[in-house]
Design a protein. Structure first.
Length: 674
């Protein structure tokens, strides 16, 4: 039984929001009277930790640490879902290794074909209201749709959890997102998150935890909440937490009917306990910012091409009669039963347009069985849809049906980064299952109504508001004289020429192509060769060891692949400077001994200096020097100093990790010396 700690306002130094309260319940090693808040570094012991196809690399890390058994085998879940179409001898052997390892360790294991790991955690109750559940995958935010604080960890963190039950986390700033009103007919949860990503596209929630509130929440189904929470990852957030309300409680009551009375995690006793222990934010809780969206003003919308930060009303693309080549109803975002039923209603009695391929894969085998039972699966097949095994597949650029050069695809998935779903010379758009299905029948982007000869509706005006309540940083912050002790083996000064990658939101697919991610034996030389090739095919020709990469804002956004950090190291580059970083990339960087600095002022200088350049990668001729002892970065153009910037102190503990070669080696040293 999960106990939810209760707090009275007299016990608190200051009020807590829901995110802080849930972290409080899973923080370990803190004083009895210590309340945690945004900005605190805490050690957490998650309820559960899931790994998928990357479980074998995690296992190798785990065994490499000298660990011989899981700290708590009830905490660990393994699912096989990403490369399930791959029947090669190598992949089959990897899957067999994971299965045998799970059997030896005694943890829960779900084989290929059972479904996508995030959906399994939802169906099987590992993600449960007020839990803190993590996974070595960036879409762990999904669990927030159930009132579960879900957040991603990287492979090294997962290995640490396997070995110790714990990892570290810095509690992020929390944004409160007000959803007001009710969605019009024909508008879905996917349209909500597509609109949020497109309208608030200036990093308003980057590296924030999100709490969804407002009267509009109660009008959203659990499936819609899961879709919205899932894509808060693409919005830049670390979590996307919905409240526990009657809609969710009723959903669990129906789930118990499906599973029977004896399920170990979803049962009546646990649901009753949940009803009696509802947790909410304190009325005077502190939020970094508040955003508002009126759901009643939304219309069917599309993300793209090749960016979730571009959102257009479907009516615009329908009027342009933009032809498509491929359509996809797959992934952990929109392949649940309600999505499949909605798509089936659109296509019933019609055929997929000539020249179009429409791929479908249920989020889990359970979902597919349910879809078959109600006839929705047959309706899709009769229309000409191409079924794939339940799993990730084309969403991550694996298996059948990938986009080819010059093709246009529309997908109910979560990401449309250039090159992710196939050719980097293709155009990828995101939309709701209904719009994807309609587009497959029409052969162009269009509305479900058009399938039956009805006119396409026009766009509406979206109303949004944002209120920032963040406190301004002190003007004296970081300006005090520094004198950092530099450890033996760590350089006093890090110096190199700046190579400017003039773009924001350079994602992990751009840094390290997805097709290599689940190949566990890619040599260092190959990693160096393909580094950044989806961003700039000529990157390798323009860079050399000891360069310093400088990019815009939100560098390293996207998936959890740690190779996005290690491929940069493979090129001999030891430091990346950005205006801001994707949180998962920052974590991977630290865990793999790649140094990072956030210097927004430098981005402004470079964008002014190279405003006329159209090159994606620019050798600047500027030399940056990081004086570690004095925590200062200077940049010179010849003899002229153009920037002097105080930066955060790199303390001894962080230096130890870097000197050791990363967190994994540092932990291994600690284990062997214990």
């Amino acid at each position: 039984m999960v106990s939810i700690r209760k707090f009275s306002t007299t016990q608190l130094r200051q009020a807590q929001n829901l995110t802080e309260k849930l972290v409080q319940n899973y923080a370990v090693g803190i004083a009895h009277d210590k309340e945690v808040h945004s900005g605190d570094y805490v050690t957490i012991k998650p309820s559960h930790c899931m790994s998928h196809d990357n479980a074998w690399p995690v296992a190798l890390k785990f065994m490499g640490l000298g660990a011989q058994k899981l700290h708590d085998n009830r905490q660990i879940v393994m699912t096989l879902d990403h490369d399930v179409q791959n029947k090669s001898e190598k992949n089959i052997a990897k899957y067999e290794n994971i299965k045998n390892f799970a059997k030896k360790m005694g943890n829960d294991f779900y084989p290929a074909g059972r479904g996508i790991g995030h959906q399994i955690l939802v169906e099987e109750g590992y993600a449960f209201p007020y839990n803190l559940t993590v996974a070595s995958d960036s879409h762990s935010n999904t669990y927030g749709g159930l009132g579960c604080l879900g957040t991603p960890v990287v492979r090294t963190d997962a290995a640490a959890i396997w070995a110790t039950g714990m990892t570290w986390w810095q509690i992020p700033p929390v944004a409160k997102v007000h959803l007001e009103g009710e969605l019009p007919a024909g508008v879905t949860g996917k349209d909500v998150i597509v609109t949020l990503c497109g309208m608030f596209n200036n990093d308003e929630v980057l590296n924030h935890a999100i709490e969804f509130v407002g009267d509009g929440v109660s009008k959203l189904s659990v499936d819609e909440r899961l879709t919205i929470a899932n894509m808060t990852t693409e919005w830049g957030a670390l979590t996307g937490l919905f409240p526990v309300d009657n809609v969710l409680l009723d959903w669990y009551q129906e789930r118990i009917k499906r599973l029977g009375p004896n399920h170990p995690r979803i049962n009546q006793d646990r649901l009753n306990h949940l009803k009696e222990n509802i947790v909410t934010s304190d009325s005077n809780a502190v939020y970094a910012k508040e955003l508002y969206l009126d759901l009643s003003t939304l219309c069917p919308s599309v993300s793209g091409p090749n960016s979730v930060k571009i959102a257009k009303p479907l009516s615009v693309l329908a009027e342009e009669k933009l032809k498509i080549n491929k359509a996809y109803l797959v992934s952990c975002t929109n392949a649940r039963l309600s999505d499949i039923v909605a798509a089936a209603k659109v296509v019933k009695g019609h055929k997929v347009a000539p020249g179009v391929q429409f791929y479908i894969a249920a989020a889990s085998s359970e979902v597919q069985k349910d879809a078959e039972a109600v006839g929705a699966w047959k309706d899709l097949l009769d229309a000409g849809a191409i079924p794939l095994v339940s799993g990730c597949g084309p969403c991550i650029g694996l298996g059948a049906g990938l986009l080819e050069d010059g093709e246009v695809g529309i997908s109910a998935t979560n990401r449309n980064f250039k090159g992710r779903m196939g050719s980097r010379n293709a155009l990828a758009y995101l939309a709701s299952p209904e719009v994807v299905a309609a587009s497959a029948i029409l052969g162009r982007m269009g509305f479900p109504a058009e399938v039956n000869g009805e006119p396409a509706p026009g766009p509406t005006t979206v109303i949004k508001r944002v209120t920032s309540t963040e406190k301004e940083a002190s003007s004296e912050s970081g300006q005090a004289e520094s004198s950092v002790k530099v450890l033996d083996g760590f350089p006093d000064v890090i110096e190199g020429e700046l190579v400017f990658c003039n773009a924001d939101n350079v994602n992990t697919d751009a840094i390290y192509p997805g097709k290599y991610t689940y190949q566990d034996d890619v040599p260092k030389e190959k990693m160096a060769e393909v580094c950044m090739e989806n961003y700039d095919i000529d990157f390798g020709k323009k860079t050399k060891p000891n360069d310093i990469i400088v990019s815009g804002y939100n560098f390293g956004t996207g998936s959890s692949r740690e190779q996005a950090a290690t491929c940069i190291l493979a090129r001999g580059i030891k430091l990346v400077i950005s205006g801001s970083f994707g949180n998962i990339f920052s974590r991977n960087a630290i865990n793999n001994a790649l140094l990072t600095l956030e210097i927004p002022a430098l981005i402004s200088i470079l964008r002014t200096k190279f405003a006329e350049s159209k090159e994606p990668t620019i050798r600047t001729g500027l030399i940056a020097k990081w004086d570690v002892k004095n925590a200062t970065v200077t940049v010179k153009d010849g003899d002229k100093e153009i920037l002097r910037q105080k930066v955060g102190e790199l303390g001894e503990s962080m230096q130890e990790i870097i000197v050791a070669g990363g967190l994994e080696k540092w932990v291994s040293n600690k284990v062997s010396n214990a």
